[in-house]
Structures are given as C-alpha cells and as structure tokens.
Design a protein around this ligand. Structure first.
Ligand code: SF4
Ligand code: SF4
Length: 91
C-alpha cells in the first residue's frame, strides 16, 4: 500500500510538471490520451513534440511545445480519437 501511494505521488508530480510545462491554450487530458500521435502527425505547423512525461498507461504524452506557431485550426482537436485535446480560441 505504501509503495502504491509512493507511485501515485510520483504520478501526480509528473502530471503537475507536465501541466506546468505545457500550460497553454492547448490542453491535453493525460488520462484520455492513448499515444496514437495523430495530433503530432496532423498538425500543419508542427506544434507538438512527444514529451518524456508519461501517463498512467505509461504512454509518452504529446506536448504543444511550439504553441506560438499554432494557427488555431482545431485540426488536432477534431482528429484526436479520444477527445483528449482542447484548443482554446484566444484570437
Ligand atoms: S491524438 Fe489524442 S490520443 Fe492521440 S496522441 Fe494526440 S492527444 Fe493522445
Ligand atoms: S490547432 Fe491546428 S495549428 Fe494548432 S496545434 Fe492544433 S493542429 Fe496544430
């Protein structure tokens, strides 16, 4: 039980780190992402990179690292098969 709590704490730290690193108008729900990387492939502006942060399923999460290049086309949001992406329209 103690070991499980330890891993859960580490998981929460990783998620908080991921959110703070990737705090942006593009948000990815770590629990929904299955790591298909359609978002990485489909983005016309190469906004996403695959981060080293993993979710509960040990999947490396995509991160909108080059968000300043985003043209808010919503393609990634529309094509994500798990509705894990939300692109806030800040125009
Ligand atoms: S398209 Fe959705 S499920 Fe696939 S890697 Fe991107 S966020 Fe994750
Ligand atoms: S909204 Fe369009 S430009 Fe922005 S990250 Fe998604 S696919 Fe790329």
């Amino acid at each position: 039980m103690v070991i499980l709590n330890h891993f859960y704490t580490l998981y929460l730290i990783a998620v908080v780190f991921y959110i703070s690193e990737c705090d942006s108008m593009i948000q990815i729900n770590p629990d929904l992402c299955k790591g298909c990387y359609i978002c990485v492939e489909i983005c016309p502006k190469s906004v996403y990179v695959i981060s080293n942060v993993t979710n509960k399923k040990d999947i490396k999460l995509p991160c909108p690292k080059n968000e300043e290049d985003c043209i808010i086309c919503h393609l990634c949001e529309l094509e994500c098969p798990d509705q894990a992406i939300y692109v806030e329209d800040r125009r």
